[in-house]
Design a protein around this ligand. Structure first.
Ligand code: FUL
Length: 637
């Protein structure tokens, strides 16, 4: 399609136009340009992430590597039901965690014994990767995999021997399951783990040196040249957007000055509880409106969005997650259903060589490949759109023809209101009109790139809109300009969940232990105050004043953006008299660095008046901290 516009032999087009038009050449690309595969990938916009494995059965985010494969036994796993749910919501693919950090392979691999053939599911004959790949193929849905480089099970991890295992796993996944549209090389790596029983802390130094990503990338290109490579220490095609909230911080290019185009992918779980399914999570699903904020902050910043939905222990998606996904899917569909600028008359301040192929109408023709472009050397052109009739809109979408590079540095959109031009979007300048959401507002954009979607503060009604490029590195090539209207937020269908455990009120509680004067700050309901002690291990004791049945607790890590002294491992004890203690839970809060969200730990209920919380290990050096903690008592089931 695009060739059509780049092709210099345009006589036919000119003859058809029948006018005195000049044949102008397409502009030369500027800076790094995406590969054909990267462009195809960007067109997918959003797809699902699926975390499903042993952690599903252990209520953990990161398995240690010593979990028994016997635990994996979904009673009702239905890959097709999952795929059709995603597709129905408007997603364009899915990526499955074939192996997470715990090292358990959910396909019958020859690379390690720690795999699904040792699970009771389908009497050891199951293959989750195959089931998803097959369902995706049947429903014309893209399929990709996540294969954790960090392997807390493998005895050879951290030594050269692991590379044979890992390369073999990559090869199996890319050879036996049809086209893989994207493969993920997670950045979390090294640290403590089971490692074949050694139970050590293994540091691999620089990931790129250890895994030899140059070689990995070469191997993948040979096996599946169209496969998009995520991560791989910057050697791949796509990189992390900078948070697990689904917000792209530096959009739309990771390195606008570099010589290689690297796209961004923003990842986030639909459920606040984490990437894997956790018991009682149904009350923690993100609302459809929150998902819209995520969408505008990722896809609306030229990145792709990967949204995680985790199957539960039966192998089914959580109904509350699905309800929210579907409601957001409807909102998104309604938002995109009508482009009020489509077919609008567009008069440009300049048209390249006076050639109709580059005139303003290319912006409103609904064709993502054609584009409006002025002559070389013109970097601040404008175009005025006249709609057939006045329309009300509050979302503006602009796209550059990225096959020619990301050229625009700043732009403005104005609407003709009450006889004057009113600025509604001002990019490249700090401006009030930019957006409505906090997350969307962060990280100023100075460019358009693949696409920007801007939700303006109030809907505007007009029949005239003007786009002005206020700064560009080369003559801008703008492929689309759209005006959309945000629909009402949809309510996720109410899903009756079990009535979960209830948080006890901390009124009248007393605190002892280290930095005990600060311990109340962990129970004050304020995320920005915390219990903090400069040492690990450390602990505090809570006297709840009377005896309760205690069935769990939650821990919110420090929220001030620092990871130093963030409690990462814990021990939790109960006592009736404050003297004799019973340990009821102990372990690691996985993945805090990238996703410092509230962690929930539950255990069989036990009577207690006193609680003792130990911080046994911290991230990034010594220290202990708790921003918030809740103590739970069983609710009605
Ligand atoms: C992270 C992992 O550590 C998380 O567990 C999760 O898989 C997320 C998508 O990537 O780096």
């Amino acid at each position: 399609m695009f060739r059509k516009y780049l092709n210099k032999t345009i006589c036919a087009a000119l003859c058809c136009a029948g006018a005195m038009l000049h044949a102008a050449d397409a502009p030369a690309p500027y800076g790094p340009v995406p590969t054909k595969q990267q462009v195809d990938w960007l067109r997918l916009e959003w797809y699902a992430f699926v975390h499903f494995g042993l952690n599903t059965y252990t209520d953990r985010e990161w398995g240690y590597g010593d979990e028994s494969p016997q635990l994996f036994n979904p009673s009702d796993f239905d890959a097709e039901a999952i795929v059709t749910t995603f597709k129905g919501a408007g997603m364009n693919g899915m990526i499955y965690t074939a192996k997470h950090h715990d090292g358990f392979c959910t396909w019958p691999t020859a690379s390690t014994e720690h795999n699904i053939t040792k699970s009771p599911w389908k009497k050891g004959k199951g293959d989750v990767v195959k089931a998803f790949a097959k369902a995706c193929k049947k429903h014309h849905f893209r399929f990709g995999t996540y294969l954790s480089p960090w392997d807390r099970n493998c005895a050879e991890y951290g030594r050269p021997g692991y590379l044979d295992v890992y390369y073999k796993q990559i090869e199996e996944l890319l050879t036996n399951y049809g086209p893989i549209f994207e493969i993920w090389f997670d950045g979390a790596m090294g640290g403590d783990g089971y490692y074949g029983g050694a139970r050590q802390n293994r540091n691999i130094g620089k990931a790129d040196d250890y895994y030899n990503y140059t070689q990995v990338v070469k191997n993948i290109r040979k096996l599946q040249p169209d496969c998009i490579i995520w991560g791989a220490a910057g050697r791949g095609d796509v990189t992390w957007a900078g948070s697990e909230k689904g917000f792209a911080k530096n959009y739309p290019l990771w390195n606008a000055q570099g010589d290689k185009w690297i796209s961004l992918e923003a990842d986030t779980p639909i459920n606040h509880r984490g990437w894997f399914w956790h018991p009682g999570q149904s009350g923690n699903v993100k609302t459809p409106e929150h998902l819209m904020e995520v969408y505008l902050s990722s896809v609306g910043r030229g990145a792709n969005l990967i949204l995680n939905l985790a199957p539960n222990r039966d192998g089914r998606l959580d109904p509350a997650d699905v309800a929210s996904l579907e409601a957001f899917g409807n909102m998104r569909r309604k938002l995109m259903a009508k482009d009020y600028a489509l077919k609008a008359k567009a008069t440009a301040s300049e048209v390249r060589g006076g050639d109709a192929r580059f005139d303003g109408s290319q912006l409103t023709d609904g064709d993502i490949e054609s584009y409006w472009c002025p002559n070389d050397g013109t970097t601040t052109p404008s175009v005025e759109l006249t709609l057939k009739k006045p329309a009300t809109f509050d979302v503006v979408r602009v796209r550059e023809q990225i096959r020619l590079g990301q050229r625009v540095e700043a732009f403005r959109v104005e609407a003709w209101v009450d006889g004057a031009w009113k600025t509604i979007v001002e990019e490249g300048q700090p401006g009030e009109n930019e957006t409505r959401f906090e997350g969307v507002r962060g990280g100023k954009g100075h460019t358009i790139g693949n696409q920007v979607l801007r939700w303006i503060a109030e809907p505007v009604t007009t029949d005239k809109v003007r786009l002005t490029i206020t700064r560009a590195k080369a003559c801008p090539c703008i492929s689309e300009f759209s005006l959309l209207l945000m629909p009402q937020a949809e309510d996720a269908a109410h899903v009756a969940g079990e009535e979960g455990d209830k948080a006890l009120s901390s009124k009248g509680w007393k605190y002892k232990g280290f930095a005990s004067d600060k311990a109340r700050l962990a129970f004050d309901g304020k995320a920005d105050t915390m219990w903090e002690h400069g040492k690990t291990p450390s602990h505090f004791v809570v006297d709840m004043g009377k005896t309760h049945k205690v069935s769990g607790f939650s821990y919110l890590p420090r929220q001030d953006g620092k990871t130093v002294g963030m409690t990462n491992r814990y021990r939790f004890e109960l006592s009736e008299d404050g003297k004799n203690w019973t340990q009821v839970a102990e372990g690691e809060f996985g993945n805090l660095r990238a996703n410092p969200v509230e962690q929930f730990i539950s255990f069989p209920a036990k009577k207690a008046r006193y609680v003792r919380f130990f911080s046994t290990q911290a991230l990034d050096g010594s220290g202990s901290s708790v921003a918030e903690m809740k103590i739970f008592t069983p609710g009605k089931k």
